[in-house]
Design a protein around this ligand. Sequence first.
Ligand code: HEM
Length: 183
Amino acid sequence: LTALLSPTWFVAGETGSWRILRVEAVKGDSLPAARRLSVCGPGDDVAGAARWSLQGVVGHARYVQSQEKAALGAVQPALGRESATCAAFIPIRKSAAWWELAQDERRAILEERSHHIAEGMKYLPAIARRLYQSRELGEPFDFLTWFEFAPEHADAFEQLTALLRRSEEWAYVEREVDIRLSR
Ligand code: HEM
């Protein structure tokens, strides 16, 4: 068998280039405490025992429209910038009610009513982001979200998460763990 999708693994334990600073259960159950996190692709060796691991794949965008795609492409930075020594890893699961909605209804909630993309875009290029899909892999979370930024943008990132958590979209979030890291 040939793997069609190459998952990325987030492995928490005693090793890894990211030091875990705090783990906050925003909603629902937390994840076990661990000291370090490694982000691994296919072929990477994971050293040591894992406290927990989560996997996701970078899929195709579901909701982004052409203008937004162009706007994002023009400003979004790459991961791995030298200055971006802070990271946030935020696994999220949405409710059955969310998944029962039609695609157009989900888009309306996410963007027309919650302004997720328009508001998020204001924080680029300070924040580098990557969205991993996890639901189809039978994982405990639907999404693994990953963000990298310099220490001077940590406050801005707090503002953004606070804003999103007050939105209509977040009423459909039933589990969210906010993990902060540094390297
Ligand atoms: C840094 C600025 C941000 C930008 C520009 C941004 C942009 C986006 C975009 C364009 C999508 C839609 C992808 C698609 O079409 O499938 C998306 C999805 C998502 N974002 Fe953000 N985002 C940002 C910050 C955040 C933050 C801080 C969180 C978590 C606290 C977050 C969580 C999510 C989740 C869970 C999804 C998947 C939603 C779903 O498919 O139901 N985003 N984001």
